[in-house]
Design a protein around this ligand. Structure first.
Ligand SMILES: [Fe+2]
Ligand SMILES: [Fe+2]
Length: 476
């Protein structure tokens, strides 16, 4: 099962050749995907050679196979993690029963909506990033961007396969729509807000990989628990690819911190203006970018209390990340969860929700804990450099647009404040126009092998044991 058939038009490990109808339908979708890639992807780099990894198997030996490829020739395909023998449903009302190989009729529309929402984010991110290549800080980073782009394209394939194979005509129509909506399009935007914002600088890109892709990781982890086994398997394999995207975000931000510390040491000062004169990213500026991307990614989890979340859990559609290993009670029929809500008098109060209704919040909490890990590491670097500055995640109540805290002005600690104070202090909390202008001014292309832009330190090591100065992209 682990080996992938590359002699087929569409590489796959799902025996596509045995299902002629499905194969034909997907082969019909394939040229449209390629056309979308040419129009909306990193199209200015179609002819360059890139050192990319492609999966040749879904096991540990096969999934990271490296070689030089022109992106339009990348072999996008359908790769599911191997089935787990006798897998049973891990949560909800049908806990303990055998998993489903088909979608139960009464759950079709709920499943379809979730799969389409997940699928929509994959091509959206490629569209958001499609001009970034022009301002890469190094060839190493350029290669990482392209690796992420081709893998997000493959994640679209992962979802389109499920739609085609299990949702009949509706699924095929949804697959077409996934190529028809575009990030930021006035008439046909992408489904989720964050995925309609263009990503025009690399600081935003690294923040996106760190915070927004991590939301993707948590969504995939909870879908990997699904009772619908083909969906669980496709998500499980996506997670192996996704780990690299987190890595790019975390190391990218860590390298920015390292470079800033070097500059501060040279200067003997942490004065933001002085740091900027040396062409580095001052730490308060970085903090404002973290505030922005963290808060916008929190909204992707939805409302704290949600009957929809309760139904998807009860029905076995979407579990919690690491459901089997992290939790004792997998049914949650009468457990509760404490949440914080506005008290209506300018303060915060505790409220109790049923655990099932609070599933979005459970997921968001796990996500926040995962976000903390990188910050700890960067703060350690700062401390070792001898500085007091500490990077912090803002409160999950700060700058929310969805849920109990939507549009309630708070400070970074989540303390409700009046609108006037909020607006006055916002320039200290979120990137201002001049911050963005400064970051934009740093975005100068560096493409000499091994060279880095002045605002970022080199990585500790290259890709796949190659040296950092390897020519990861041949721009010819
Ligand atoms: Fe993805
Ligand atoms: Fe990703």
């Amino acid at each position: 099962m682990s080996s992938i058939d590359y002699s087929e038009k569409i590489p796959n490990n799902v025996n596509l050749a045995n299902d002629r109808t499905l194969q034909r339908a997907l082969e019909h979708w394939q040229p449209r995907f390629l056309e979308w890639w040419r129009e909306m992807g990193p199209n200015d780099f179609a002819s360059v050679d890139v050192y990319l990894r492609t999966a040749v198997g879904v096991d540990a030996q096969g999934w990271a196979h490296y070689g030089t490829v022109k992106m339009p020739d990348y072999r996008w395909g359908i790769f599911l993690a191997d089935p787990i023998a006798d897998r049973s449903i891990g949560f909800g009302d049908s806990f303990g029963q055998p998993v489903w190989q088909q979608v139960p009729g009464e759950l079709r529309s709920q499943f379809r909506r979730l799969i389409v929402t997940q699928g929509d984010t994959e091509p959206a991110s490629v569209e958001q990033q499609h001009r970034l290549g022009h301002t890469c800080p190094s060839l190493y980073d350029l290669r990482n961007l392209f690796q992420i782009n081709v893998e997000e394209g493959r994640h679209l394939w992962a979802m389109v396969y499920i739609l085609h194979a299990y949702f009949g005509r509706d699924g095929r129509e949804e697959a077409e729509e996934l190529l028809a909506r575009h990030s930021g399009d006035v008439d046909k935007p992408r489904i989720l807000g964050t995925f309609n914002e263009p990503i025009e600088d690399w600081l935003s890109f690294f923040c996106f990989c760190y915070f927004t892709d991590r939301d993707g990781k948590f969504q995939l982890k909870s879908l990997a628990e699904s009772s619908f086994d083909p969906l669980a398997r496709t998500c499980r394999f996506m997670l192996t690819e996704e780990a690299h995207h987190m890595f790019v975000g975390e190391t990218g931000l860590g390298r920015i911190v390292r470079r800033t510390l070097e500059v501060m040491k040279e200067l003997g000062s942490d004065d933001p203006e002085a740091v900027r004169r040396q062409g580095a990213v001052d730490l308060p500026l970085l903090q404002r970018y973290l505030n922005y991307w963290f808060s916008s990614s929190l909204d992707l989890f939805g409302s704290e209390v949600s009957s929809n979340a309760a139904t998807t859990f009860a029905n076995g559609i979407k579990g919690r990340p690491d459901e089997t290993t992290q939790y004792q009670d997998h049914v949650c029929a009468d457990s509760t969860f404490e949440i914080e809500v506005p008290d209506g008098k300018g303060g915060v109060m505790k409220d109790t929700a049923s655990m099932r209704n609070a599933m979005n919040e459970v997921l968001r909490d796990a996500y926040i804990r995962d976000c903390e890990i990188g910050l700890k590491r960067w703060n350690m670097q700062i401390k070792r450099g001898g500085y007091k500055f500490e990077l912090k995640l803002p409160s999950s109540r700060f700058r929310r647009a969805i849920g109990a805290w939507a549009n309630i002005p708070t400070d970074l600690d989540g303390r409700p404040i009046d609108r006037e104070e909020h607006d006055r202090r916002t320039p200290g909390w979120l990137p201002s126009a001049s911050d963005r202008g400064y970051v934009k001014s740093l975005m100068q292309r560096v493409v000499e092998p091994g060279k880095m832009a002045a605002w970022i330190a080199p990585p500790d090591r290259g890709i796949n044991n190659l040296p950092v100065d390897y020519q990861y992209v041949r721009l010819n």
